[in-house]
Design a protein around this ligand. Structure first.
Ligand code: GLN
Length: 557
């Protein structure tokens, strides 16, 4: 069927019902992947219903990792999934919170922009929400914009978003918009049945708000029979082929192929009156998935951090290891190690079985001595090491204390009184008191010295990476470090700030001030992770165990 309205941008909305954590982000990213693989230009946006202006000030225990984009936005971790699936950068425009919406409206009110009007949720807040949704479409860069609405239908705080979706459909017309409702079919083991009632209620609630969903994606642990699909279609007023089964998968990277089998992409394109073009080109994706499921080797790597109770706190790192594992045909078994549990007198007890140690990013003093002890162990025992952000800063502190003999060396974040602040705050940062959005954020260039491990990793001298920190290597100490064998192999060309350190007499010991994990994608595994996994593999015998690794964790979010 030829497109009715070929020039216009189409908007797809993804809402969630019944419970949270059904995986709206993964469904959105999977649909986007399939549409991209059919030749459409697609982007995904997340609308978050909380009052924080961005998740940068949220505790990782509360909300998982804060993901940082090239333009320095601190965003929801779903944006990480969007980038990893689509292999394309996102930006501030891809993540909007209620706090940001209200901040904009209130600022405009103070400027007098509403000319004496009473400022209200409808129309002022909903207009601002719609403006933010349309912004991406108006760039001219996309054919389809997928907007994921955070929260669950029925939540008080999601109401203005749902109302904005209703208005968008009314304004844009039915063939320019589609609504996907992600829902759960609980399985009752006593009767051996999948139940549809929560889905019926959830759709009824959407109908009360004036929205008829076009597609129901049903999360389920058992296959959904045709009879059940017919029943759901009838009660929820959708086409039978628009009842999509989303069965539990062993890895999130399988979901696009499951959605392809269920023809989610075709159903959506038909609704949008867009041509199917060609079958999705998923050759590289399938190759990745094949290697992920059939590794040749296995390696144990320790992730040392203090937020390990919530694995989402290190989401991008865990995913980067999956990508890097595949590029080495290797299953990376991540051992999550709480830095507070490492005994500085006996680090081997926690770290003895590992072939590689990663010390994670973080903030504040808690658990810091455990991280430093883990680094000392990696350095002395010649175990491959990667330190990210705080992990790199701890490596610098450890080297200062135990190699340079500066016993009280520390980061001034942890000990503002130290006589040897080998990690210190930049002058520009010292004047800043406000916490939100004030770190060194986003993409910065870095020059790499030839003949170093960093150069082996990147294979070039000019790179860019994303940052999120306030503290920096203190260049007053650089000479002493380099003379003793810790080299600054990457520096910022404008400020001279040290971005990468590495040890000369160690098989693989690298610390980076930036966050490489944000840039690792399925089709472009990050070379730092890939090389680190390779070094760990070289250290171990790599034998594959029968047990299943972390790559098999079910998806949610
Ligand atoms: N707390 C450190 C800083 O602000 C490190 C931050 C991080 O690991 N992202 O510099």
């Amino acid at each position: 069927m030829p497109p009715i309205n070929p020039g216009s941008v189409r908007y797809v909305f993804v809402t969630g019902g019944v419970t949270s954590s059904l995986g709206k982000g993964i469904i959105s990213a999977s649909l986007a992947k399939l549409l991209q693989a059919r030749g459409y230009r697609v982007t995904i946006q997340k609308l978050d219903p909380y009052i924080n202006v961005d998740p940068g000030t949220l505790n990782p225990y509360e909300h998982g990792e804060c993901y940082v984009t090239n333009d320095g936005a601190e965003t929801d971790l779903d944006l990480g999934h969007y980038e990893r699936f689509l292999n394309m950068p996102t930006s501030q425009a891809n993540n909007v919170t209620t706090g940001r919406i209200y901040q904009t409206v209130i600022n405009r009110e103070r400027e007098g922009a509403y000319l004496g009007k009473t400022v209200q949720v409808i129309p002022h807040i909903t207009d601002e929400i719609k403006r933010r949704i349309k912004l991406l479409g108006e760039t001219g860069e996309y054919d389809i914009v997928i907007t994921e609405i955070g929260g669950t239908v029925g939540d008080i705080e999601s109401l203005p978003y749902i109302e904005s979706v209703r208005q968008m459909i009314w304004e844009m017309g039915s063939s320019n918009t589609a609504v996907i409702h992600l829902t759960l079919l609980p399985y009752l083991s006593t009767t051996g049945e999948l139940k549809t009632k929560p889905t019926q209620h959830s759709v009824k609630m959407l109908l009360e708000y004036g929205i008829q969903p076009d597609v129901l994606v049903c999360r389920t642990e058992k296959p959904v029979s045709n009879d059940l699909r017919r029943k759901i279609a009838l009660f929820c007023n959708v086409n039978i082929n628009a009842v999509i089964e989303s069965i539990d998968a062993s890895t999130i990277y399988e979901v696009p192929l499951l959605m392809l089998k269920e023809q989610l992409d075709k159903v959506i394109l038909n609704k949008l009156k867009l041509a199917l073009k060609h079958e999705p080109d998923m050759v590289a994706w399938k190759d990745f998935l094949g290697k992920l499921k059939n590794p040749v080797y296995e390696v144990h790597i320790g992730l040392v951090g203090k937020y390990i109770e919530l694995k989402d706190a290190y989401k991008s790192i865990a995913e980067a290891f999956i990508h890097a594992g595949v590029s080495n045909e290797c299953r990376v078994k991540l051992e999550w190690i709480h830095s507070e549990k490492i005994d500085p007198e006996n680090p081997r007890a926690s770290l003895g079985t590992l072939s590689g140690i990663l010390v994670a990013p973080g903030f504040g003093e808690r658990g810091i001595e455990g991280k430093i002890a883990a680094i000392r162990y990696a350095r002395e025992q010649k175990i491959p090491f990667l330190g990210i952000c705080l992990g790199m800063q701890c490596a610098v502190v450890e080297f200062a204390r135990n190699v340079l003999g500066l016993k009280d060396a520390h980061s001034s974040e942890m000990n503002p009184q130290t006589n040897n602040p080998v990690i210190d705050m930049m002058a520009e940062q010292k004047a800043i008191t406000s916490k939100g959005g004030t770190m060194r954020l986003g993409e910065y260039p870095c020059n790499i010295t030839k003949g170093t491990k960093a150069f082996q990793v990147y294979g070039k001298t000019k790179i860019t990476e994303r940052h999120r920190h306030r503290f920096e290597f203190n260049n007053k100490y650089l000479d002493a470090f380099e003379k003793a064998g810790m080299q600054a192999s990457g520096t910022n060309p404008d400020s001279g700030l040290v971005e990468i350190v590495e040890l000369k007499n160690h098989p693989w010991f690298v610390g980076v001030q930036f966050h490489p994990e944000y840039k690792s994608t399925v089709l472009n595994p990050h070379p730092l992770f890939a090389r680190f996994v390779k070094a760990a593999l070289d250290k171990s015998n790599g034998a594959l165990q029968e047990t299943k690794g972390d790559t098999t964790a079910a998806y949610a979010g």
